[in-house]
Ligand binder design. Structure first.
Ligand SMILES: Cc1cc2nc3c(=O)[nH]c(=O)nc-3n(C[C@H](O)[C@H](O)[C@H](O)COP(=O)(O)O)c2cc1C
Length: 194
């Protein structure tokens, strides 16, 4: 039996994009999924090299039916991480939409009872956010944005984290639990960087 992997989806957010890519560089056995907006934002922020430096395979949102989601049905993944998650993707996920690659990943993770860990951009009524070219802007998430995050927190098999420390902690706890499970199942865990 092959060890399962972690799927990490990135949406079109500048907020904590740099930090999400930095965490991705530290992880092994990961596949990255980009929303259409994420592919553009990564270019705009000049983070293409940082994305490539993670060394992970990248799947892009190029099909209407989100073909790569098949990999969830095939049992390839133990966990889905979505970070950073835009207000747009959070709103769609909170209301059950699955009309893009990332919202499909979340829907299929839920329907196959795979754990999701989500870092939502809109964590507080007032935030400082990274804009292109190293600029910082003040952002004031609307009540609807905060309500959508609260709605998502009620989902089964879903952990919504508030910051990067919470994200790292949730990922490490999940990897430890999966490792333990694999050991019990006699799964061969690979330690090479892919
Ligand atoms: C430079 C730039 C930065 C952006 N940063 C954010 C952000 O931090 N949070 C957010 O919710 N949307 C942000 N957006 C808007 C999203 O990219 C936009 O809503 C997009 O439709 C999201 O699509 P997705 O959720 O499928 O990735 C940004 C857009 C641009 C052009």
């Amino acid at each position: 039996m092959r060890a399962q992997r972690l799927a990490w989806a990135i949406t079109g957010s500048g907020h904590y994009l740099r930090e999400s890519l930095a965490i991705l560089q530290t992880l092994q056995e990961v596949d990255i999924y980009l929303s259409r907006a994420a592919a553009e934002i990564i270019q705009q922020y000049g983070f293409q090299a940082a994305l490539e430096a993670t060394g992970h395979k990248v799947y892009q949102d190029k099909t209407a039916s989100s073909v790569p989601v098949e990999r969830f049905y095939e049992g390839v993944y133990h966990t889905l991480v979505i970070s950073p998650a835009t207000s747009n993707t959070i709103a769609k996920m909170a209301y059950g939409f699955s009309d893009s690659l990332v919202t499909n990943l979340f829907a299929q993770a839920g329907k196959t009872r795979i754990q999701s860990i989500v870092f939502a951009c809109d964590t507080a009524p007032e935030l400082e956010s990274e804009a292109p070219r190293d600029n910082v802007v003040k952002v004031y998430p609307r009540q609807i944005d905060l309500d959508n995050v609260a709605q998502l927190k009620r989902f089964a098999d879903t952990t919504v984290v508030e910051d990067m420390a919470g994200l790292q902690h949730a990922i490490m706890a999940r990897l430890a639990a999966v490792h333990e499970l694999h050991l019990h199942q006699g799964v061969q865990v690979e330690h090479t960087h892919d």
